[in-house]
Design a protein around this ligand. Structure first.
Ligand code: HEC
Length: 134
């Protein structure tokens, strides 16, 4: 009996660690969302895609996490750059996008270092071509 428990212990620890880290991520994205984004995205102010509206978010989610996060960070039409908070880091912005998306039919994760690099690259590309629409 005892033996059958020990091999699963590392797995269990791993699962718990995973659980904690995803909770932490969800919380920080949610906190930023509430603080910075909810004033518009909570009720659809200025025709912003509303939290939980899957039909509005589906085509945005289809753009992919790198593109959507980068374009939101730079700003799109009435969507202010960095959600209107000039000192908002790209990590915090990305996590609030993850929160918005996951409340609206998507299943994204907090970007890892590699994805953040790609997001930063896309931010630079977007800035360089700011006059282009979409
Ligand atoms: C002042 C109101 C306002 C605030 C605050 C705001 N948004 Fe937006 N957001 C908009 C509007 C309006 C659009 C629609 C832009 C369009 O497509 O014309 C939008 C669009 C977006 C999009 C889609 C961008 C695209 O490529 O079409 C994302 C992602 C987004 N917002 C994320 C956020 C996040 C995350 C925050 C908080 C950190 C935030 N927004 C704060 C108004 C706002």
């Amino acid at each position: 009996m005892k033996l059958s428990f020990s091999p699963s212990l590392p797995l269990l620890t791993f699962a718990i660690a995973l659980g904690f880290s995803s909770v932490a991520v969800a919380n920080s994205g949610e906190a930023t969302y509430k603080q910075v984004c909810a004033s518009c995205h909570g009720s659809g102010v200025l025709k912003s895609p509303k939290l939980g509206n899957k039909a509005q978010w589906a085509p945005l989610i289809a753009e992919g996490q790198v593109t959507l996060t980068a374009h939101g960070y730079v700003g799109v039409r009435k969507m202010p750059a960095k959600g209107g908070k000039p000192d908002l880091s790209i990590e915090d912005f990305a996590d609030s996008v993850v929160y918005l998306v996951n409340q609206s039919g998507g299943n994204w994760k907090s970007p890892d270092a590699k994805m953040l690099l790609a997001i930063n690259k896309e931010v630079e590309a977007r800035k360089a071509g700011l006059n282009k629409s979409k």
